[in-house]
Design a protein around this ligand. Structure first.
Ligand code: NAD
Length: 452
């Protein structure tokens, strides 16, 4: 496994950017605030339960053959079957998938939906592959996974560079292998006419909007109570980022900067993100959208704004650039965009971070709704889906905010028993959300009893 590292700008120390090491650090930090947690459970809760790696050949369009590597990691099935997206990206590694799978476990627990955590990925560059090759990759990967996925075992969904079309191929492959039964609940994020749920396409971004609004109304950011007129910067302009930009714009915020893998754009007065989306659909990048100026990725992250929404990939806000962040609030639509060192820096500067396991949990929440509809052969109206989503996300946000208040009240009163960490410090929202999630999973593990 390659460990991505970088030189810190202010000293020569190197920050470990291996996503699974980051997930472990976050977990290790959170359990200090769970003094009642049975110590024997710690490793069981932390380590992924099962990892499958597949190497498979694919015939390319020119008749040549290439080998691809795919992974599926089931982190936990304590609270229900595994659930998690499938990513197609050149930098997919087993440790990235392990990290994403563990974050899924905590996310499902925070959102209080009856799933465990899983994730999958194939190392490939979809931008350079035809649909025919992507379909063959999907079919080989899914058939290779065999019964490691299933409607009550582990249920995939879209993630970076996979979409409803990919999910349709997954469903079809699994259905061919398991004829004679309702296989729709094996995968979520499907096209609407193959059992997809209304509202799923927008769910990650809509959940992000609901969580942000609820956090603001709870006073998480001093002096910023609502989105009206709030200045927003979004990194990443795909399913999570572009739709978040549109929904935040509709909610009265001003989108002043966005980016994709090819570059970033800025306009002081703000712009309508649907114009930028139209430009991206024509030109395959946001760069060059009318009335905007081009800025670098580093400049985008450092723009003075009210809310910065990282919606691309992991490790975007790190030790070497967190100090430059001028946002008043960071809302993680992406998974793992902020490293532990950056978390500490932002916390010390009073910039709250709405953590991924809460902020982007709308996607898996509506995936759960899709799964329920598929099992019941139902089709819910979009307004019902969105209302149920709002309810779930607001409750999850309240639970995280209250957990943070409660932990910090106990820390200040000296009533939380410290263990090996020594003196306990007040926690950020991520640590509070993780403590809540680990507590919920641990409770179920103990209620079920350790097998046998
Ligand atoms: P997507 O493939 O739809 O979009 C990814 C976007 O990020 C694209 O616009 C791409 O150009 C951009 N990007 C890639 N590298 C970049 C870089 N270095 N700088 C700036 N932009 C870059 O993927 P998505 O589904 O929107 O996923 C984005 C993030 O949201 C991921 O972290 C994913 O795990 C997370 N997420 C997605 C869902 C979902 O339902 N799709 C749910 C929860 C979390």
């Amino acid at each position: 496994m390659k460990t991505r590292t970088h030189e810190k700008s202010k000293n020569s120390a190197v920050e470990d950017l291996n996503p699974f090491h980051i997930a472990e650090q976050q977990f290790d930090n959170a359990i200090h605030y769970l003094p009642g947690l049975k110590r024997g459970l710690v490793e069981f809760l932390k380590r992924p339960g099962k990892s499958v790696t597949l190497e498979f050949p694919i015939e390319m369009d020119d008749g040549s053959v290439q080998i691809f590597t795919g992974h599926r990691v089931l982190h936990s099935r304590v609270r229900g079957p595994g659930k998690g997206g499938i990513r197609y990206h050149p930098e997919v590694t087993v440790d990235e998938v392990r990290a994403l799978a563990s974050w899924m476990t905590w996310k499902c627990a925070v959102a209080d939906i009856p799933f465990g955590g899983a994730k999958g990925g194939v190392a490939c560059n979809p931008k350079k592959l035809s649909d025919a090759v992507l379909r063959r990759i999907t079919r080989r990967y899914i058939s290779g996974l065999g019964d490691n996925i299933g409607p009550y075992v582990d249920i995939p969904a879209p993630d970076v560079y996979t979409d409803a079309k990919t999910m349709a191929w997954i469903y079809d492959t699994y259905d061919v292998m398991h004829p004679g039964r309702n296989n729709l609940p094996v995968v979520t994020g499907k096209p609407l006419d193959i059992g997809g749920s209304l509202g799923r396409h927008e769910a990650t971004a809509r959940g992000c909007l609901f969580a942000t609004q609820q956090a603001l109304s709870r006073g998480v950011v001093s002096g910023l109570k609502s989105l009206k007129g709030a200045r927003i910067v979004v990194q990443g302009f795909g399913n999570a980022g572009a739709i978040a930009a549109e929904l935040f714009h509709e909610a009265g915020a001003k989108i002043i900067g966005v980016s994709d893998s090819k570059g970033a754009i800025f306009r002081e007065r703000g712009f309508d993100p649907s114009d930028v989306l139209e430009h991206k659909q024509a030109k395959e990048t946001v760069v060059g959208a009318a009335g905007t100026e081009v800025v670098s990725n580093e400049e985008l992250l450092a723009l003075p704004c009210d809310i910065l929404i990282p919606a691309a990939l992991e490790c975007q806000i790190r030790a070497d650039n967190a100090d430059a962040v001028q946002a008043r609030f960071v809302v993680e639509a992406a998974n793992g965009p902020t490293t532990p060192a950056a978390d500490r820096l932002l916390f010390s500067k009073g910039i709250p971070v709405l953590p991924d396991i809460l902020a982007n949990s709308g996607g898996v929440t509506v995936s759960y709704f899709e799964w329920v509809q598929n099992i019941e052969n139902e089709k819910w109206a979009e307004a019902d889906v969105n209302a149920k989503l709002k309810n779930k996300i607001e409750r999850a946000t309240d639970a995280v905010v209250e957990r943070q208040l409660e932990i910090n009240r106990q820390v200040r009163a000296g009533t939380l028993q410290a263990d090996s960490k020594g003196k306990l410090e007040p926690v950020d929202l991520r640590t509070a959300a993780l403590a809540l999630a680990i507590d919920r999973v641990a409770t179920v593990a103990l209620e079920r009893g350790i097998w046998p």
